[in-house]
Write a protein that binds this ligand. Structure first.
Ligand code: XMP
Length: 317
């Protein structure tokens, strides 16, 4: 019997007591969890909360700018750091999914650490860890923990002797969303689909280049905007596009083309552990497929992923 109002009241009081006048640093991701954690902490300690929002260059199209703007509008004390070049360099030539995750995790820690060091006298690291993350990182046999190395939990270098504060660590996702609503966070932000930390890097099969990121961002934007305008976005738990490492033959006018294939994925789920593919309307798929091929240079074929989890995973990598 969870009541978000009571949770906020209790947590704000507890955080004030615990953190006193200490400075706290928090990494914002653009996702629901870190945003709710930030707003909750901001309510408790105001300007003593320092947020860092890193652009790894692998976010959705225009996301870094628009979400940073939103954070500022919310009154958060946030610094946006565009580290695209660093991440691209770290990923150069890497095709293996786990190596991608490692390279991104390492680059993130370096960027975050550099930024955190510029703040003086920080005592605490705040994180938007939620209950399922806690469970996943504890249970050695948890599927994602062993099969894919998620890097949402922990992961700061030892030499940053910061104490950890995780105000959401006992909450499930739906509770986090309700807390966010109580805190007055924009419902659109709270309703966002989950998005993996390594971002589009694990949706570009094979090695990562800026050009591939550009193509996938454009494809993804057509798909996601389409879901929104057809009123389908909220009926889907998570959706995205995958850039495949193959070219296929097509025809455009009198010309033969030989261009990239993209896959679209949309799933229903409650926690991401199991998932069913969504039976999106054929009319919608037809429209989106045409829009993608007409608007996104370099793509001449769209396929729809009709695999469920298990045995397939939600992401392709
Ligand atoms: P899978 O592909 O394992 O995905 O079925 C389940 C959920 O986890 C997300 N995911 C990740 N999230 N870092 C993250 O923060 C990762 O490395 C990662 N890999 C998968 C995925 O988007 C889905 O929501």
């Amino acid at each position: 019997n969870f009541t978000p109002n009571a949770f906020v009241e209790e947590q704000v009081a507890e955080l004030k007591e615990k953190l006193q006048n200490d400075k706290v640093v928090l990494g914002l991701s653009g996702g629901v969890d870190s945003t709710v954690a930030a707003v909750l902490l901001h309510q408790a300690i105001g300007k003593n909360l320092y947020c860092i929002f890193v652009n790894n260059g692998l976010l959705r199209k225009n996301e870094f700018e628009s979400v940073l703007h939103q954070y500022k509008d919310m009154g958060l004390n946030v610094k946006g750091v565009d580290a695209t070049d660093k991440f691209m360099a770290a990923l150069e030539g890497i095709s293996d999914p786990e190596q991608k995750r490692k390279a991104i995790g390492k680059a993130f820690i370096e960027v975050f650490d550099d930024e955190a060091h510029q703040l003086e006298n920080v005592k605490w690291l705040a994180q938007g860890t939620i209950y399922p993350d806690v469970i996943e990182s504890i249970s050695v046999k948890g599927p994602s923990a062993t099969i894919k190395s998620h890097h949402n939990v922990g992961g700061l270098p030892d030499f940053m002797k910061l104490k950890i504060v995780e105000p959401l660590r006992m909450l499930f996702k739906d509770e986090v969303r309700r807390v966010g609503a109580t805190l007055g966070i924009d419902p659109e932000l709270l309703g966002r689909h989950p998005f993996p930390g390594p971002g589009l890097s694990i949706r570009i099969l094979g090695d990562i280049t800026l050009e591939k990121v550009r193509i996938l961002q454009d494809v993804d934007a057509v798909f996601i905007d389409g879901l929104k305008s057809w009123g389908l976005y909220d009926k889907v738990w998570q959706a995205g596009a995958i850039l495949l490492p193959v070219n296929s033959v097509g025809v455009m006018g009198d010309e033969r083309t030989y261009e990239k294939v993209v896959a679209l994925r949309a799933v229903e789920s409650t926690d991401g552990m199991t998932a069913d593919w969504v039976h999106l309307p054929y009319d919608f798929l037809m429209k989106v497929s045409n829009d993608i091929i007409n608007k996104v240079k370099g793509v001449n074929r769209v396929v729809y992923d009709i695999s469920s989890k298990p045995p397939a995973t939600i992401e392709w990598e």
